[in-house]
Design a protein around this ligand. Structure first.
Ligand code: PLP
Length: 393
């Protein structure tokens, strides 16, 4: 099918829940994507932080192919190898104790919320079930994770939500302490992604961790967007000098296949006992084989390069001295560029016209989440387009 045929059929047959850009994609190579007609785009989005190894990564594709030929799925009634090998990698490299596999970010967060409530119920009984999250946070689109999300714009239409979520001001420990009355846990994105690429202050995060420890509240970090190398370490918490009790991840873990999960420390390892939580596809063999290959390629060198490339992009944009740019913020290859005098979405459309895919975040920022393997040549090409677009504002 050509681009026009795809768009026409889409309008007839798929629920119109997404505001799609006028781009049709058929294949990719490295960090470049192509339309059916061969139009090239530099990709600064990686499918919203998913395709961490870019496109056409042979070892990743072979890992999937080999596993698909052998065995694709068994249910969680039986033991299989890829998931346990992956669990060993994830726990050893994060310092956490055990993992539960899910299929998406929202589902991972749902599981983490259940775990936090059960931890408290087992120890203290009923009535200590609240969870504190932050304003401008984003934790998913299910009814419970929407309740956790601290942005009213996502809350229209869908009431009533799951009870028991309280929101506090980011970087304000007193606000968090006030909200924490009757709580069993605090859930944070260390860099708020959808909210605008807003990194939390390190001192604040340390103060939250200390408060949680003193009051036996579980500290949950939602690393769905920040995890799996995105910020230059396997997980962002590793740059914050804290050890959370629970870490959720998804997006990048399987490099483009649906997978997520919950890593927990020793204290929480036995909370979700048999029969209390499950999902049919959790730990699916093909997703796990893909994830193992992602973990194999996420070497210390690659993670170091993520930090360097992030610094390279920041320096480049700051060096343009462009009046439309207010601030460049973020960690590693999770970057936001706040702009003034122009709507981020209009800039994204102009970037598309010039052959660059970009994202927005919050109301005022462009967001970049390129593949972690992006080359400097691809970066330069994308940055040249962004510069041209910003200068034309
Ligand atoms: N948590 C965070 C921090 C996210 O950025 C997202 C998605 O953008 C989610 C949760 C939800 O993930 P998913 O769309 O895989 O359900």
């Amino acid at each position: 099918m050509n681009s026009t045929e795809i768009k026409d059929l889409y309008k007839q047959k798929i629920m119109q829940t997404y505001g799609r850009f006028d781009v049709v994609l058929e294949r990719g190579e490295g960090s470049r994507l192509y339309s059916p007609e061969g139009r090239e785009y530099i990709d600064f989005t990686s499918g919203i932080g998913v395709n961490c190894l870019g496109y056409g990564n042979e070892s990743w594709a072979k890992a999937i192919y080999k596993q698909a030929l052998k065995l694709q799925h068994t249910s969680n009634l039986y033991y299989t190898g890829p998931g346990v090998e992956l669990a060993k990698e994830l726990t050893e490299r994060s310092g956490m104790s055990v993992v539960f596999y899910a299929n998406s970010g929202a589902e991972s967060n749902e599981g983490a919320i259940k775990l936090a409530r059960k931890y408290s119920f087992d120890k203290y009984g009923e009535g200590r079930s609240k969870i504190v999250t932050l304003y401008r946070s984003f934790h998913g689109r299910t009814i419970t994770t929407l309740a956790a999300t601290g942005q009213d714009s996502f809350h229209n239409y869908f009431y009533p939500f799951t009870e028991g979520f309280l929101h506090a001001e980011a970087n304000n420990i007193n606000s968090l302490k006030e909200a924490a009355d009757g709580a069993c846990a605090v859930m944070l994105e260390l860099v708020q992604g959808e909210g605008g690429v807003l990194p939390l202050d390190k001192d604040y995060v340390k103060a939250v961790a200390a408060f949680c420890q003193e009051n036996d509240l579980l500290l949950l970090t939602d690393e769905v967007q920040t995890g799996i190398g995105r910020t230059g370490t396997l997980f962002a918490f590793q740059q914050y000098g804290i050890m959370p009790d629970v870490v959720t991840f998804a997006k990048g873990i399987a490099g483009g296949l649906p997978m997520g999960g919950i890593l927990v420390n020793e204290k929480c390892a036995g909370v979700l006992s048999p029969g209390t939580h499950a999902t049919t596809f959790g730990g699916n063999l093909i997703a796990a084989a893909a994830a193992l290959e992602v973990m194999r390629q996420l070497t210390p060198e690659l993670l170091g390069a993520v930090a360097e490339k992030g610094a390279y992009i920041r320096d480049a944009i700051k060096g343009w001295n462009c009046p439309a740019v207010k601030e460049v913020r973020g960690l590693g290859l999770m970057l936001g560029v706040s702009v003034e005098g122009v709507k981020p979405v209009d800039l994204v459309n102009k970037c598309i016209d010039n052959g660059l895919l970009m994202l927005t975040a919050g109301s005022d920022a462009l967001r970049m989440l390129p593949p972690l393997t992006i080359t400097y040549e691809e970066l330069d090409k994308g940055l040249a387009i962004l510069k041209k677009v910003l200068e034309e504002v």
